[in-house]
Design a protein around this ligand. Sequence first.
Ligand code: SAH
Length: 276
Amino acid sequence: MSGPGKSHGRLAATPSRRPRDLMPERPRLAGAWTARVITLFPEAFPGTLGLSLTGRALEQGHWTLETIDLREFGEGRHRNVDDTPAGGGAGMVLRADVMGRALDAAAAGTPGSRAKWPVIYLSPRGRRLDQAMVRRFAGCAGITLICGRFEGLDERVIEHYGVEEVSLGDFVLTGGEIAAQALIDATVRLIPRVLGNQASTQEESFSTGLLEHPQYTKPAVWKGRAIPDILLSGHHAKINDWRREEAERLTRERRPDLWRAYRAAHGGDPDGDQEL
Ligand code: SAH
């Protein structure tokens, strides 16, 4: 494998059980941010992460993606990874011992500190993913992601490994793979040189605490709808004022929670809805 080369426990002695680098032929830049994904479906990766800006940055080695196939850590001839829930009930639960072995393999060559290398379980019970969390992940050396399936993961493995639970939102997916890709996409685009234009991450939704202003492009008139005159005026200061006002209006109308936080942070009355 081309990931961190340190052997870790007896399981890592089997090359196929080590993290699989999804782009082994591309250059590896020293210290590139790394996502290690434990999944029953490694073929789901890189998925959309292989496209466009994230895909190009992956090829250029600005970040690294490795998958760990949970099945390879399974029990017995059939490599079982799940069993029925203790106490009864529907569905199957991923076994703590199987996931524990996968996590041990995933830890090879990573800093032990969870602050430098978080271990995350994508889970509807987790804290809701937001831009502040994504910024924290981007500032780490890398992350390990656990994609659940079925009814989820044995609680003991979450406790034992200091696993952080992160949710995509208040709905239930079939598995953690789509959530993992969403988290990785949002994180990777904050890594320097992944987006061509760094300024775009500074102005977009959430980075200022506001939703983004409306965007327009050619044609100037479409189906009788014109682009707001101010945007074609060439007055940069006025354009900036218009954009800020629109961002504030949209945030106030759509996201009272964000609006209150923004008002409080800017010294306004958090419950007021007047312009600043
Ligand atoms: N029984 C669990 C849901 C399991 S869904 C419960 O009620 O909490 C199967 C897997 O899909 C989960 O283990 C998790 O990895 C993933 N998943 C489902 N919904 C998710 C969400 N909103 N955010 C992140 N991951 C999710």
